[in-house]
Design a protein around this ligand. Structure first.
Ligand code: HMG
Ligand code: MG
Length: 298
């Protein structure tokens, strides 16, 4: 049986865009429930500026209250050295930097050019190397930008390659606004895989047009074995208006399970978690698989 690594991004990507500010203890409970469901890599929060993303302002508290389980990873986003230092002081052992393949989105999301973002990351990589902390990298707007439209795969490949050369063990390609389809994802993967080893590429598909799971399948066929997803299909970026959640973790697990691919996740427990978090946020469960399994169980 082959296997796929899932990076659950619900507590970070999922909650950063919600109007409801979830209390810290509920965030910690969400992370615990995800771990109970079998998720092994759970992006817990982001050490970004609270002025920019108030939903993540309690980042240090989340990390301090978390009861870490052996063998599990709880990566966090760190946009700069300040974020990195606070994250590590709060107990983070895995971090992720994030930039963009589009200049306009970089400016709106992180208030810098792409070049400047790499200058900010340089001390993060240096400190992480010294601390023995693995750094993941994200490239946003891997298919298109909310301000510039289509983004050429070569531009994404260039940024992805720079992240890996700078020290990222893996680079996650973000279809931030969820407009990709297999017809655009395949050329993207071809361009990136020409400059970054395939085993270091992850797919991060938002589901705005309902194409997330089709894109996962196309990327799997291409050879990608790491996918980011969000319980209940939560998610979105506050600086990408109109973009909806990540591909739902339960949709991903359902797809892979039926192909005999091991994810280590208990689908029933995951759906319970998706129902729970949707209730906490006062919204209906977004994922189709979640709703179907909920109906079947009723
Ligand atoms: P800036 O305003 O240019 O930063 O923001 P600055 O260095 O000029 O500092 C301004 C103030 O912010 C200062 O405070 C700093 O101390 C403070 P003051 O002295 O004025 O009181 N500050 C911080 N505070 C806490 N933590 C920090 C930090 N850094 C500075 N780390 C910055 C630059 C990058 C910080 C800002 O633009 C920011 O926080 N942006 C984050 C936006 C964000 O989180 N977006 C969502 C995540 S990315 C995403 O969702 C895409 C992804 O899912 C993949 C995909 O889907 O494509 C990953
Ligand atoms: Mg995202």
């Amino acid at each position: 049986m082959s296997s796929v690594r899932i990076v659950e991004v619900g507590p970070r990507d999922g909650l950063q865009n919600e109007a409801v500010l979830l209390p810290t203890q509920k965030k910690v409970e969400l992370i615990d429930r995800l771990a109970d469901a079998g998720l092994r890599e759970i992006e817990a929060t982001s050490f970004v500026s609270p002025q920019w993303v108030p939903q993540m302002a309690d980042h240090a508290d989340v990390m301090r209250r978390l009861v870490r389980r052996p063998g599990l990873r709880y990566p966090v986003l760190t946009p700069n050295l300040r974020g990195y230092q606070t994250a590590v002081a709060s107990g983070a052992a895995h971090v992720a930097v994030f930039t963009s393949a589009s200049e306009s989105f970089a400016r709106k999301n992180i208030n810098s050019s792409i070049e400047e973002s790499f200058a900010r990351f340089a001390p993060v990589f240096e400190a992480a190397r010294a601390d023995g902390i693995p750094v993941r990298g994200y490239v946003s707007c891997a298919i298109a930008c909310p301000y510039e439209g289509r983004v050429a795969p070569e531009r994404v490949a260039h940024v992805a390659r720079r992240l890996v050369e700078a020290g990222c063990y893996e680079v996650s390609l973000g279809d931030t606004i969820g407009v990709g389809t297999p017809a655009t994802v395949m050329p993207l993967l071809e361009a990136v895989a020409a400059v970054v080893p395939l085993e270091r590429i992850a797919g991060h598909f938002h589901d705005t047009y309902g194409m997330g799971i089709a894109n996962v399948h196309a990327a799997y066929e291409f050879g990608v074995r790491v996918f980011d997803s969000s319980v209940g299909g939560l998610g979105g970026c506050p600086y990408a208006k109109g973009a909806t959640g990540n591909v739902a973790t339960e949709d991903l697990v359902y797809l892979l399970k039926d192909r005999g691919i091991d994810t280590g996740v208990d689908l029933d427990r995951l759906v319970d978690c998706a129902v729970w978090i949707s209730q906490q946020l006062g919204r209906p469960l977004a994922s189709r698989v979640g709703r179907a399994l909920q109906c079947a169980a009723a």
